[in-house]
Design a binder for this molecule. Structure first.
Ligand SMILES: *[C@@H]1O[C@H](CO)[C@@H](O)[C@H](O)[C@H]1NC(C)=O
Length: 402
């Protein structure tokens, strides 16, 4: 009869109406349409107007106003174990970034590095790093080496490490021209076949890993034209739409990014990225953020970094510095280290000056595991820790800016 049907319908709706975000899930922010309360034992904590997150009550930073979850937590909670100390005395990059209103300070890492216990001890330190990006193990060749066969073991190792450290995870990446298995590059696809391949790949990996994703990586050439990889050649720009829509359907809460380099200063490539974001947004395609990689050279940090970030956030997306390092021509000198300190400081200061810049990730924290020497001949020492895992002047530069 009518009444019981309505009750059943209402009961069916209740789990959605009352949905709460789990620990580390998003619970608010500009554009957020999901739950605004947290499951028991967690509090919804606002990091910026773009992002609020459910964090364990025992770890709630005392310097950030929190909204109590229901039921209210007891005053008997253990004292804060994270990093934010009250009164601006936070030690560590992540602690300081969070107490200054950012979501995280993070690092890239790679599976082969995780047997180095001295390295991992620093990576695990939540005062220093609140976010991890896997350098390689979530790329296409690692996750779908043959069509329809997914392997998560490498990515899971880093995802599990982040989870056990209370760190956010950045998936990297769904669609990129490089590190593709040959079945992707050497098949003669029709457009609809390749779009289906992109759809399957992105929806599978984005539903497996949460938080944020570089859904599209490096779509542009330096002159602002689209890179003519297999995706663009076969589908035009349709692969971008398909990948973003697949990612959103797979995880409505993940922050979906387009990530690139040489978009950190005004010019053709930044303009192309601005236009792409504008077009996607006006077409209703889900895009939440732009990642500025920031692989810089000592003494050559672009002065327009802050204004470029502001141009992106003015379009209604957040930005993040996703792959920061600042390399020098070797050998290292005191003058170069001092300039590098200033350069790190000015990059981080640019993010601090832009509310919608949510966080900063270094492309590994130590010179011991930097990609630079093997990629740029004669260059290196690009990271804030040296190859003996000691902090460099660059570390002080970052702390000063935070
Ligand atoms: C974590 O890093 C902070 C900041 O450098 C430091 O004060 C603290 O001793 C470190 N904790 C551990 C367990 O190493």
């Amino acid at each position: 009869m009518k009444v019981s049907t309505s009750l059943a319908a209402l009961a069916a709706l209740l789990p959605f109406a009352m949905a709460q975000s789990p620990v580390w899930g998003q619970c608010g922010g500009i554009g957020w349409t999901g739950p605004t309360t947290c499951t028991s034992g967690n509090v919804c904590t606002e990091y910026s107007s773009y992002y609020s997150q459910c964090i364990p009550s025992s770890q709630a930073p005392s310097t950030i106003p929190t909204t109590p979850a229901s039921p209210p937590t007891t005053p008997a909670s253990p004292p804060s174990t994270t990093a934010s100390a009250p009164g601006g005395t936070a030690t560590g990059l992540n602690a300081k970034a969070k107490s200054a209103g950012k979501l995280y300070f993070g690092s890239a890492t790679d599976n082969s590095e995780l047997t180095d216990t001295a390295y991992v001890a620093i990576l695990d330190n939540n005062s220093e790093f609140g976010q991890l990006t896997p350098a390689n193990s979530m790329k296409w060749d690692a996750t779908e080496p043959s069509q329809g066969t997914f392997t998560f073991s490498g990515g899971d190792q880093i995802a599990n490490l982040a989870k056990s450290n209370g760190q956010l995870l950045r998936g990297h990446n769904c669609v990129w021209y490089n590190q593709l298995p040959s079945w992707v590059t050497s098949t003669s696809w029709t457009s609809s076949e390749l779009l289906s391949v992109v759809q399957t790949h992105c929806s599978t990996i984005v539903s497996h890993y949460k938080d944020a994703w570089d859904v599209i990586n490096e779509p542009f050439n330096d002159d602002g034209t689209f890179r003519t990889d297999v995706f663009y050649t076969v589908t035009g720009t349709q692969y971008i739409t398909t990948a973003l829509q697949a990612a959103r359907a797979a995880d409505p809460n993940a922050k979906l990014y387009i990530n690139d380099y040489n978009i950190e200063s005004t010019g053709a490539k930044a303009t192309a990225m601005l236009n792409l974001v504008k077009q996607l947004k006006s077409a209703g395609v889900p895009v939440d953020g732009v990642g500025l990689q920031c692989h810089f050279i000592v003494g050559e940090v672009p002065t327009s970094l802050q204004s470029v970030m502001q141009q992106f956030t003015a379009l209604g997306v957040e930005v993040a510095i996703t792959e920061l390092d600042i390399r020098m021509t070797l050998p290292e000198t005191q003058a170069l280290l001092t300039q590098q300190q200033k350069d790190y400081q000015s990059v981080v200061a640019a993010c601090m000056a832009v509310e919608g810049c949510v966080g900063i990730t270094v492309w590994d924290y130590t010179d011991k595991y930097s990609w630079v020497p093997s990629t740029f001949s004669g260059q290196g020492d690009a990271c804030p820790w040296d190859s003996n895992l000691q902090k460099k002047p660059a570390y002080t530069g970052i702390m000063t800016a935070l």
